[in-house]
Write a protein that binds this ligand. Structure first.
Ligand code: SF4
Ligand code: SF4
Length: 189
């Protein structure tokens, strides 16, 4: 596929294997009814539907899974979890896929997760998204020096429409405890 897939990446660790095993267990009883896909408000933007994703996990298709942007687009709305007739913890499964991709550390996973991670890091640091610092974080994560140039037209357009705001530190660090708690719960899950 793309150039990012041709590079080598970090071998799977014990933690990686544990997350993967938990994930397989979580979706193991999926009967492919499709209710999760039909309920997902973000499915239109996903490259692999939730229903298909669970099947791919059952089949161990890790390469295809980690190249997907599906789980990065999950907004944890819990609709799929609430409606699954098998009572599967699907929102947690999407969270586990994000965790797996981070642990994988491959260029393919880093590419798809860069925007999500920059967004979350900015919210954690500033209490809300600040466009300039978030994009800075995104560029640093992508490690592609030419990438910022391709965003110049979008930046100018946003500037002309008053959509770029000056940095504000009024909410700085306010959400830190909430993020710390979430991390604690993730480790314990
Ligand atoms: S709603 Fe539940 S059983 Fe149906 S496809 Fe989704 S995960 Fe599988
Ligand atoms: S929790 Fe994620 S996958 Fe499930 S319906 Fe919401 S956005 Fe879709």
């Amino acid at each position: 596929m793309s150039d990012v897939t041709s590079q080598t990446w970090t071998p799977a660790t014990d933690e990686y294997q544990a997350v993967l095993a938990g994930l397989r267990e979580t979706v193991g009883a999926c009967m492919q009814c499709g209710t999760c896909t039909a309920s997902c408000p973000n499915e239109f933007a996903m490259d692999i539907s939730p229903r298909r994703m669970w099947r791919m996990i059952q089949f161990g298709m890790l390469d295809e899974i980690l190249e997907s942007r599906t789980f990065w687009l999950c907004s944890s709305c819990y609709m799929c979890t609430l409606r699954c007739p098998r009572g599967l913890k699907l929102t947690s499964a999407m969270g586990a896929l994000k965790r797996l991709a981070r642990l994988d550390g491959s260029p393919r996973a880093r590419k798809n997760g860069a925007f999500y991670e920059a967004f979350m890091a900015d919210v954690e640091a500033n209490g809300r998204v600040q466009e300039a610092s978030m994009m800075n974080g995104y560029f640093l994560r992508r490690r592609d020096p030419t990438l910022p140039l391709s965003f110049i037209p979008l930046g100018l357009k946003m500037l002309s429409k008053g959509k770029l705001h000056l940095p504000s530190h009024a909410q700085r660090g306010r959400l830190g405890p909430m993020f710390a708690k979430a991390r604690q719960m993730e480790v314990g899950s």
